[in-house]
Design a protein. Structure first.
Length: 226
């Protein structure tokens, strides 16, 4: 169930890359007009084909975007964590479905409000372009991962990326399930579990629990991601 109130957003960074203070202040101005939505775990935020009239930023929790294939299989194309934005579309409709993985707090800004902000603050245009380029780069890397990497390389790549994005030192708290990971990596859940165990046997990681991963030896793990 969604709940909305108008708020500011000083707690999270607006961009998934470094920006100067002026741009960050302008972005904060944009999000200060946003509404907050509370989304329960596994509930839809929007569906493929819905009108793309909103852009979102994760305050807490995590989001997955995905497509359902004709045979019923699901392909997860991205995960979004605290401080990351999603839902910016070039066209009039969303190309993917979006769901909360866990109980999630979002900031939401209407597309029309975004257009008005860009008209009065032209520097935002360049930074939204950078966000689009960032998403394109991530999508291209995902295509390489699905098309060229082995199961071991895919899982290693995923763990390295999650470690970098969560800034948790050697520890990774995964909000997503093994099924989510499998659907993102184009593998079966059995292959993901078997590959995680293989990395643990090689003493590259420890797994205190299914969603808590500790990187023991980063260099060889990162080498698998190269």
């Amino acid at each position: 169930m969604l709940q909305q109130t108008t708020i500011g957003s000083r707690a999270v960074r607006p961009f998934p890359f470094d920006v100067d203070a002026k741009v960050e202040d302008e972005a904060e101005t944009l999000w200060s007009a946003a509404t907050r939505q509370t989304v329960a775990a596994n509930r839809a935020i929007y569906s493929e084909g819905d009108r793309a009239d909103r852009m979102f930023k994760v305050v807490s929790g995590a989001v997955r975007t995905f497509q359902l294939l004709e045979d019923g299989r699901r392909q997860v194309n991205a995960f979004y964590l605290a401080g990351e934005m999603f839902g910016l579309e070039a066209g009039e409709s969303y190309h993917f479905c979006a769901e909360a993985i866990t109980a999630t707090q979002l900031l939401v800004v209407r597309r029309e409000a975004l257009k008005h902000r860009m008209a009065s603050q032209p520097s935002l245009i360049g930074d939204l372009w950078r966000l689009t380029a960032f998403e394109l780069e991530r999508a291209q890397a995902h295509c390489v991962l699905l098309g060229r990497k082995s199961a071991l390389e895919r899982v290693a790549s995923f763990l390295i990326q999650m470690n970098e994005r969560t800034h948790g030192g050697n520890a990774i708290e995964l909000p997503m399930s093994r099924q989510d990971i499998a659907d993102f990596l184009g593998l079966t859940i059995e292959t993901v579990s078997r590959t995680m165990t293989q990395l643990e046997d090689q003493k590259l990681i420890d797994m205190p629990s299914a969603r808590h991963i500790v990187i023991r030896d980063r260099r060889p793990l990162a080498a698998l991601d190269s």
